[in-house]
Design a protein around this ligand. Structure first.
Ligand code: BYC
Ligand code: FE
Ligand code: FE
Length: 474
């Protein structure tokens, strides 16, 4: 299953044997490149970037490194190897053969999910387009661009499915994916978080930690899908996704490390003093964390969802790592959810498991986030400080689901709207916080040098040193 790079569109799906599909995708390709030039990273298209490109989908070839100009990156179509005799792994049709084509009755549901997934990928590139100008190091600049080109490839992955399996509707949806834009008043991206601005690198690290991690869990749910081409596409995307979360996780670790260094030099953890020394105080980090975590929780949908129940029953979208569960039918059990009682309190409601699938996935996500916080907290503990990062309650600041627009404190305790408004500036980044973070965003271009608010990484990319020339500016 090697990838054919002699083709205009590199692929491992034998695109050349389907002339109609190949022509349709070759027609979309220049539109994608126009979008990249207009909406992708500004001003760096002539730079040589030390990037990873897949040359095959097996362990040896998927991570091949070399200098590439971003517009010359070989965006292509790569599916993980097929599993022989794959079967439906959950829901009412458990055990029947997986589908190589889209069943007519599930066509619109599948198209909708693929479009929603596809929409997030270019959205994130749009959100991050100005960050190159304030990169804290060449190493970070390179990582940003690696993430950007791969999100571009994830768009290709979904566009391939739309073109190959959804006929004319699919081609129209593929066009629309380049027409909606992040934050656009008339044609915004579909999901809330993907319309939030990412104007500074702290937001970028929080986004790649919290929001790319939603991507991990959604892709894992699709990797279980009975629609085999979707499952195989998402399995390969997950190999790339790991690096995006690594960027967020190590980014926040490095900020934390630098803050600890400054606190040691100053002999105080007083936020104003830390700020005056050019580092980011922990309470500010916690407010950014609160913002991106709560926004990303909405991406899992409502706690009780008839959509989710139908996706599961029909074998369209499973649970991440479905194999770890014993009961793949999920028909008999139920889940207890906390819901607002309408009188300022909380009551418990029982919901059939299938309807609670969004909540099941969200809970796995929260656990995964906790592991990252644990790593950052261990750095702080080892330095002898009392501060600990914490995740706010899943009830805090929600705009989707049972707790949408219900005022709670970060612990999830319902409070009055007046109390909420009075305290929100200590829970979420204020304008003053954002202005302070913006003031730190200065571009550092000398290889190996870091901006003052972030520690160097532990190692470079692919055995290269930290001061390697990761981006050769034109
Ligand atoms: N914002 O029954 P409900 C990634 C809508 S990230 C706005 O609660 P359902 C990446 C929903 O569409 C992964 N609208 O939810 C990361 C529905 O609308 P309609 C992206 C929202 O359907 C970083 C209504 O509310 N992948 O890859 O069970 C960088 C009620 O729906 C939101 C996917 O999302 C929201 N946050 O589940 C780059 C996977 N949440 O039908 C990339 C595909 C819900 O009433 N999507 N709504 O008009 C899905 O699986 C599902 O659509 C959702 C929602 C899980 C998002
Ligand atoms: Fe992605
Ligand atoms: Fe990603």
């Amino acid at each position: 299953m090697s990838i054919d790079y002699a083709e205009r569109i590199p692929n491992n799906v034998e695109l050349a044997s389907n002339r109609t599909l190949q022509r349709a995708l070759e027609h979309w390709q220049p539109e994608f490149l126009n979008w990249w030039k207009e909406m992708g990273p500004t001003d760096f298209n002539a730079a040589d970037v030390y990037l990873r490109t897949a040359i095959s989908v097996d362990a040896k070839g998927w991570a091949n490194y070399g200098y590439v100009r971003m517009p010359d990156y070989r965006w292509g179509i790569f599916l993980a190897e097929p599993e022989p005799d794959r079967r439906v792994g959950f829901g009412d049709d458990f055990g029947k053969p997986a589908w190589q084509q889209v069943p007519g009755e599930y066509r619109s549901a599948l198209r909708r999910l693929i479009v929603t997934q596809g929409d997030t990928e270019p959205a994130s590139v749009e959100q991050q387009r100005l960050l190159g100008h304030t990169a804290p190091s060449q190493y970070d600049l390179r990582n940003l661009f690696q993430v950007n080109v791969e999100e571009g490839r994830h768009l290709w992955a979904m566009v391939y499915l739309l073109h190959a399996y959804f006929g004319r509707d699919g081609r129209e949806e593929a066009e629309e994916l380049l027409v909606r834009h992040s934050g656009d008043a008339d044609k915004p991206r579909i999901l809330g978080t993907f319309n939030e601005p990412i104007n500074d690198w702290l937001s970028f690290f929080m986004f790649t930690f919290f929001t790319d991690r939603d991507g991990k869990f959604q892709l894992k749910s699709f990797a279980e899908s009975s629609f085999d081409p979707l499952a195989r596409t998402c399995r390969f995307m997950l190999t790339e996704e790991a690096h995006h979360m690594f960027v967020g996780d190590t980014g926040i670790s490095r900020v934390t490390k630098r803050t600890l260094e400054v606190m040691r030099e100053l002999g105080t953890d007083e936020p104003e003093a830390v700020r005056r020394a050019g580092a980011i105080d922990f309470p500010t980090l916690q407010r950014y964390l609160n913002f991106w975590f709560s926004s990303s929780l909405d991406l899992f949908g409502s706690e009780a969802s008839s959509n989710a129940a139908a996706y599961f029953a029909n074998g369209i979208k499973g649970r991440p790592d479905e194999k770890k569960y014993e009961d793949h039918l999920a028909r008999a059990t139920s889940v207890e959810l906390d819901v607002p009682d309408g009188k300022g309190g909380i009551r418990i409601e029982s919901v059939p498991l299938r309807n609670a699938m969004n909540e099941v996935v969200r809970n796995s996500y929260v656990e995964d986030c906790m592991r990252g916080l644990g790593r950052w907290n261990r750095l702080i503990e080892a330095a002898g400080h009392a501060f600990r990062f914490s995740l706010p309650s899943t009830r805090f600041r929600r705009t989707i689901g049972n707790w949408a627009n219900v005022a709670t404190d970060p612990a999830g305790q319902p409070i009055s709207q007046a109390q909420y408004d009075a305290q929100i500036a200590s829970w979420l980044p204020s304008d003053a916080d954002r202005a302070f973070i913006a003031s730190l965003m200065v571009r550092v271009v000398e290889p190996g040098k870091m901006a003052g608010w972030i520690a160097p990484p532990e190692k470079g990319i692919k055995d290269r040193s930290i001061d390697y020339d990761y981006v050769r500016l034109a």
